[in-house]
Design a protein. Structure first.
Length: 300
């Protein structure tokens, strides 16, 4: 009898295979967890991969200190519910130690500082592979990634020197001081993620649902009015019905005008939108190669 997996089940099976390969090939992996939808899905897949055993590696949040309250609340609640080990790597600690210099001015953001904090944490805990929720459809630099992404002893990524991955064979060999990033949901799209969340009945932060919020419109992007965002002269706060398609540092993560208040409505909205998910990310607008430049410096 022939048996054909659904599209989502094929993606799930592929991702679980990648996660198990990470556990098999590396001695001390970690799962990067931001509290966003993609990392929630990767965490869920990882738990499925090893069920009924416990997760064989910790999760780590690189905390800029400029978070949305809903995200941190969700992170802590989920960690307590699942009983997983959480490591918090703080950008504020990197600033206090003089390892990075905080930006100033209207467009200041801590988002780019995460690379140093992440690399320090990887070195401190001796992680040899960091699992992340990046997807190839997010951004052109993401599209260049393999499932297993090699990083040199300085944490740098060379997009022109990626290892081939033929017939699902992954090469995790590395020299001393080097490490890997692994992206189990590389082949998923934003719509796939939301359909999977709907099918698996996963909990997500309230910030993903449409809600009325005070926002500031800057360069075509609606930024949430938080203590971390410095208003420019003449900028006014206004109330809008918005939701967030991606979650990151509050200083550079833009909101979308939306009425989608349920996961089903989000799926419907995403299925017809023609705007890229990261089109509201101010950090991606700093230059044509902003994401690739950050990734070469160690960004996930």
């Amino acid at each position: 009898m022939s048996y054909r997996l659904s599209h989502l089940k094929q993606l799930e099976a592929e991702s679980i295979y990648v996660i198990r390969e990470v556990a098999a090939q590396f001695e001390n992996p970690v799962l990067l967890f931001s509290g966003g939808k993609d990392s929630i899905v990767v965490l869920h897949l990882a738990r499925k991969a090893f069920y009924p055993a416990k997760l064989p590696f910790p999760i780590m949040h690189v905390d800029t200190g400029h978070n949305f309250e809903e995200t941190i609340k969700f992170r802590d609640t989920l960690v307590e519910k699942l009983g997983v080990k959480l490591i918090v790597a703080s950008v504020q600690d990197s600033i206090d130690q003089g390892k990075v210099v905080e930006e100033t001015g209207v467009n200041a953001s801590r988002n780019g500082l995460q690379s140093v904090t992440l690399m320090d944490a990887i070195e401190h805990y001796k992680f040899d592979c960091a699992l992340g929720g990046a997807r190839r459809d997010e951004e052109k630099a993401r599209a260049k990634e393999r499932f297993f992404s090699h990083r040199d002893e300085f944490g740098q990524w060379d997009p022109k020197n990626q290892r081939p991955e033929l017939w699902s064979i992954f090469n995790g060999k590395k020299n001393f001081g080097e490490h890997f990033r692994a992206f189990p949901i590389s082949n998923w799209t934003e719509l796939d993620v939301w359909q999977y969340i709907n099918e698996e009945k996963l909990d997500i932060p309230e910030i993903y649902f449409a809600h009325e919020r005070d926002v500031i419109k800057r360069n075509g992007v609606f930024l949430a009015d938080t203590p971390f965002v410095t208003k420019a002269e003449g900028e006014q706060t206004e109330k809008r019905m918005v939701r967030f398609r991606t979650i990151g540092d509050a200083t550079c993560t833009g909101a979308w005008e939306s009425e989608a208040a349920t996961i089903e409505e989000i799926v419907e909205e995403i299925s017809v939108t023609r705007l890229a998910e990261r089109a509201s990310r101010a950090d991606d607008k700093r230059s044509e190669s902003a994401m690739e430049d950050r990734k070469k410096q160690g960004y996930f």
